[in-house]
Design a protein around this ligand. Structure first.
Ligand code: PBG
Ligand code: ZN
Length: 321
């Protein structure tokens, strides 16, 4: 009789030496919500432990990142003025542009990624420009996304991440960035982004719930795995530097398949609903908080190299490097 593996599992040193999957602080990207106004540091009801920061308070989160050793963030903006074409998004002095400059000024080591989309800036809350019939006009939207990305580039962002799901968005962004001398600015595509109920808490946090309809015409149907591969392939062909699968925990099969099929850096977004679900289960004493690490290891084990997660600062405390 053989006791396969059991001898190796008895001792914690060898157990750790043999761990196939390890999580590092440098794998993690922290989402940050920036709002207009002054002296605002307001907890987001739907995302306990996360806050709306006005520009003058960004130092608080930047300090925490530095202490925790989390050196990368992705920014989302909350604005007062919204209109049909989301003009605040490409205002060179808009909230994200100011935040990029501020974070870089506070700590130039922080890698700043900007989410590029229109839903936080349009009065109807959709991710693009609408035609009279209320449908998103893909090609018209590309022009605006290009303006937004260029404006973030000029503000000094390190990477842009279009989350709009329009066809041809990576190519449109690549072209405008290259034409303006930003040939070295990378693009991370939200390549396989599913229309998902897991975004619920985010929409409250970012004030981006659509005023009518839903996002199913441009986000992916969660019944489809093969289609996700086609979306990923399109983004790669258009020049994406990093590809992404979102949400993460319910889409581990997609993460794995993308990782096995494409030799590309892959990011997974553990979204707001995944965070809220785990936080509430732990708070209620239904699960031990080690479930958080378990969830992140699962995402990494499936094949994600990078993980955007609202737990970044919390888990950093448990990681040595
Ligand atoms: C904007 C965007 C969303 C998220 C990231 N970028 C919301 C959406 O598409 O409705 C969701 C992130 C989260 O739930 O944490 N398009
Ligand atoms: Zn959007």
């Amino acid at each position: 009789m053989f006791y396969r593996g059991r001898r190796l599992r008895r001792n914690s040193t060898i157990r750790s030496m043999l761990q196939e999957t390890k999580l590092y602080k440098s794998d993690l990207i922290l989402p940050i919500f920036v709002c207009e106004g002054e002296n605002i540091f307001q907890e987001i009801t739907s995302l306990k432990g996360h806050y709306h920061y006005s520009i003058d308070n960004l130092y608080k989160i930047v300090d925490q990142m530095k202490k925790a050793g989390i050196l990368s963030c992705i920014l989302f903006g909350i604005v007062e003025h919204k209109d049909a074409c989301g003009s605040e998004a490409y205002n060179d002095n808009g909230i994200i542009q100011q935040a990029i400059r501020k974070i870089k000024e506070l700590n130039n080591d922080i890698y700043v990624i900007a989410d590029v989309c229109m839903c936080e800036y349009t009065d109807h809350g959709h991710c693009g420009i609408l035609d009279d019939d209320g449908n998103v006009n893909n090609d018209e939207t590309l022009k605006y996304l290009s303006k937004i990305a260029l404006s973030y580039a000029k503000a000094g962002v390190d990477m842009v991440a279009p989350s709009d799901m329009m066809d041809g968005h990576i190519l449109a962004l690549r072209n405008i960035l290259d034409e303006n001398g930003f040939t070295n600015l990378p693009i991370m595509g939200y390549s396989a982004k599913f229309a998902s109920a897991y975004y619920g808490p985010f929409r409250e946090a970012a004030h981006s719930t659509p005023s009518f309809g839903d996002r199913q015409s441009y986000q992916m149907d969660y019944h489809n795995g093969q289609e996700a591969l086609r979306e990923v392939e399109a983004d790669i062909n258009e020049g994406a530097d990093i590809i992404m699968v979102k949400p993460a925990m319910a889409y581990l099969d997609i993460i794995k398949e993308v990782n096995l099929n494409y030799n590309m850096p892959l990011c997974a977004y553990q979204v707001s609903g995944e965070y809220a679900m785990l936080v509430s289960a732990v708070d209620q004493g239904l699960m031990n908080e080690s479930v958080i690490m378990e969830s992140l290891i699962a995402i990494k084990r499936a094949g994600a190299q990078l993980i955007i997660t609202y737990f970044a600062l919390d888990v950093a405390k448990e990681l040595n490097s």
